[in-house]
Write a protein that binds this ligand. Structure first.
Ligand code: GDP
Length: 302
């Protein structure tokens, strides 16, 4: 997948050092593990995850007495998979049910690429022959509504909004009435991303969920959290907070094209047990791809 390889060249800048390290270093002394530690910390895997990861590797490598670079590489790849997949093998595809209205709440702080991702997702789903409605649930910023409208137009899907300042739960209520009449396959609903007031945000999202539960029981398919990969540890912190505030089911990791900190991919999974569903690889409408952990990890060593 060429798009994948191109989009992730930044990620390879740091984690790609792995290959060099393995090729140069076959003694597996403490220097090797220190440098390995360094690479993963620079890649923003997060200190706790790195320590756990290096510890496991050190133990296994010593135990099995590995010296062959190929074997070392295999063991690292293996452990990266284990961190990512933990005990369940997750198919990180979008949860979708045919012949029903599938509702997705998109959450995340401002600036991470929420609007752009909704536009990209709408475009993909439309190409996939789904009838899509984009809903402007972030009523706090007038700009957000307009920007989302532009993306919906670009994606050639329908758009629903109310006045700036409207109650987001009333927006989703009205959007659901429209969806009942017009039989949409997909509703992509934007939400406000103000973390300054966690309680407000929690109440707002709760209220939206309750409206959905009442109007279309079992219609809420996923709550996707958008995280900007270039923000590293900050992004991880956001995942932690949003997990407290609402029931997040998956991640859209944006700006992977501009991030050398690919370790966030493993860290999110390890720390918060959240699957990455999509990654953003640019600003254009088709720059969103399903995340494929295999392609990602093998790509780092290719
Ligand atoms: P929002 O405030 O969360 O809705 O963020 P926007 O969707 O407005 O995006 C903020 C900026 O990030 C815009 O300039 C987007 O073009 C840019 N952006 C979003 N996703 C990506 C991505 O995957 N890669 C790159 N390079 N830029 C992105």
């Amino acid at each position: 997948n060429e798009k994948y390889a191109l989009g992730l060249h930044k990620s390879k800048e740091v984690l790609g050092n792995l290959k060099r390290l393995i090729e140069q270093n076959q003694s597996l002394g403490e220097d090797f593990f220190l440098e390995l530690e360094d690479i993963f910390i620079q890649a923003d895997l997060g200190v706790d995850t790195v320590l756990y990861f290096i510890d496991t590797l050190r133990r296994k490598m010593k135990l099995n007495n590995v010296t062959d670079p190929k074997e070392i590489e295999e063991m690292i790849v293996d452990e990266m998979f284990k961190i990512y997949l933990q005990d369940e093998i997750v198919i990180a595809d979008l949860d979708y049910v045919d012949h029903e209205t599938n509702i997705y709440l998109i959450v995340g702080v401002n600036g991470v690429g929420k609007t752009t991702s909704i536009g990209k997702l709408a475009h993909q789903l439309r190409l996939d022959k789904k009838k899509v409605l984009v809903v402007a649930g972030d009523t706090f910023r007038a700009g957000a509504i307009e920007q989302l409208r532009v993306w919906a137009e670009r994606a050639k899907v329908d758009f629903f909004a109310k006045e700036p300042g409207s109650d987001p739960s009333s927006v989703i209520y009205d959007a659901l009435q429209k969806a009942k009449k017009e039989h949409y396959d997909v509703i992509l609903c934007d939400t406000a991303g103000r973390l300054q007031n966690k309680v407000n945000l929690m109440n707002e999202l709760d209220k939206m969920r309750r409206v959905i539960e009442k109007e279309m029981p079992n219609g809420l398919r996923e709550t996707l959290l958008v995280i900007d990969a270039t923000t590293g540890q900050n992004g991880l912190k956001q995942a932690e907070i949003f997990k407290e505030v609402t029931k997040v089911t998956g991640i859209i990791l944006t700006k992977m094209d501009g991030s050398a900190k690919g370790g966030i991919v493993l860290a999110i999974r390890h720390l918060y047990k959240l699957p990455i569903k999509y990654i953003g690889l640019g600003e254009k409408i088709d720059d969103l791809v399903l995340f494929d952990i295999e392609e990602y990890i093998y790509g780092l060593f290719a």
